[in-house]
Design a protein around this ligand. Structure first.
Ligand code: CAA
Length: 389
């Protein structure tokens, strides 16, 4: 039985900052942000969006009544969750109107959370082939104003329906993984921004890739020529390229050109959204599938997932016949084009806004946010969510 990604939804907030303007405001050469880092725009979440609302908005665009009837497991990967105890998946479960006979959990391992969710979903479908699993990867990345990580922030969510007989990508066996206890990027429970050892994180991202790629090659006998494209976790769009370049001499000139050309396509959405942590790899996959014109069904796509701390995984999938019909490129293009640019000062004001943490009440301006699902306020330490439909 084939199991894999049946649908992919994506949502990013309606505000962004231009990276050239951010570079100038930070006294950096714009070339560093645009070319050296590879980011053109950075999504900014208004106060009415959080990891829950982003995920719900991403899921709303793909779920039919039939999906809602069959989904019996919601797995929410995030590293910017809103509660240390209650799973973000439960808020989303209500906001989407799912049936009560559902397991709903939150999974955490930095940017790896959605991949953990996808692999758990496969196990669940293997046991219950008639059911479907909703896997969410949703985050707002925060390093802080005037930090070296600031240029690699972003906000957004990816929602995937995982099922038997998937319409988009059938995930293959084996998948290979690697874990090491390292401090390359982390966020203590008392901090709303991440701490990072930037250069070390880059080194580990690459060495984990080399490790899992070697394991995968040894287990499968596959080489780079067996892959039409490889998608990478994308904290910023130059990062995956650095890793890919370290193995390109394993293939011939045609192979190098093919993988590099598809890498370019695979960063289309990421370079104008920024790092969405758990969803970043799947946003890259979506970029590749929605923006390429020449990848045929039957092609094998490689996927490299990395979550700081750290866990890396390499796995692959086969594109399914008619997969293009299951995608929504026009809708995503329209959402990205309808966004509003804000100034660096406006972004800084949003970044430094904090919500009450003393039990007092606040009502938020949901009318200023075009999203269907919004955070409407806080009351007695409880977040108040609204689905405008
Ligand atoms: N024109 C073109 N390129 C320029 C330039 C210019 N004018 N000026 C500088 N550059 C290039 C540099 O040569 C460099 O390129 P290479 O990396 O290819 O050598 C690039 O711009 C970046 O310059 P620096 O290395 O000087 O940048 P920095 O020290 O300010 O920090 C960073 C870069 C380490 C990525 C930092 O933004 C950071 O810490 N980001 C957060 C951590 C991160 O994203 N790590 C990735 C791996 S961990 C992970 O994947 C998990 C996750 O999601 C967080």
């Amino acid at each position: 039985m084939q199991i894999g990604i049946d649908k992919i939804g994506f949502y990013t907030p309606h505000l962004y900052v231009d990276m050239e303007k951010l570079a100038l405001a930070r006294n950096e050469d714009p070339g560093k942000f645009l070319i050296g880092i590879g980011q053109e725009k950075m999504a900014v979440a208004p106060v009415t969006q959080d990891a829950v609302t982003l995920a719900a908005n991403a899921a709303l665009e793909i779920l039919t009544d039939e999906d809602k009837e069959k989904i019996d497991f919601v797995i929410f990967g995030t590293e910017s969750g809103v509660d240390h105890s209650k799973a973000a998946a439960i808020y989303v479960h209500r906001l989407l109107g799912l049936k009560p006979e559902v397991r709903a959990v939150e999974v955490k391992e930095a940017c790896f959370g959605a991949t953990a969710g996808l692999q758990m979903a496969r196990g669940h479908i293997a046991l219950h082939p008639e059911s479907k699993v909703l896997v969410l990867g949703s985050d707002i990345s925060r390093y802080g104003l005037n930090t070296s990580g600031e240029v690699t922030q972003g906000a957004g969510a990816v929602a995937m329906v995982v099922s038997a007989h998937p319409k988009i990508l059938a995930i293959e066996e084996p998948s290979v993984y690697h874990t090491e206890d390292i401090m390359d990027f982390w966020r203590p429970v008392y901090s709303d921004s991440a701490y990072v050892d930037g250069k070390f994180s880059n080194e580990k991202y690459i060495s984990f890739f080399q490790n899992v790629w070697k394991q995968y090659r040894e287990k499968t006998g596959f080489t780079l020529s067996d892959f039409k494209a490889i998608c990478f976790h994308m904290p910023y769009t130059k990062m995956g390229l650095k890793a890919l370049r370290t193995v390109l001499d394993e293939t011939d000139e045609d192979g190098r050109e093919r993988l590099l050309a598809h890498y370019e396509t695979s960063k289309s959405y990421n370079k104008i959204v920024g790092n969405i942590y758990t969803g970043a790899l799947y946003l890259s996959l979506l970029s590749l599938l929605e923006q390429n014109t020449n990848i045929e069904a039957g092609a094998r796509i490689g996927l490299y997932s990395y979550g700081s701390g750290a866990v890396g995984e390499f796995f692959s999938g086969i594109l399914q016949p008619g997969y293009r019909k299951a995608l929504q490129p026009a809708r995503h293009q329209q959402m990205l084009e309808a966004r509003k640019e804000i100034s660096v000062a406006e972004y800084e004001a949003i970044f430094t806004t904090s919500l009450p943490n003393d039990g007092s009440a606040v009502t938020l301006p949901v009318n200023e946010d075009p999203a269907t699902v919004c955070l409407a306020g806080i009351e007695g330490h409880k977040r108040q969510y609204v689905n405008k439909n």
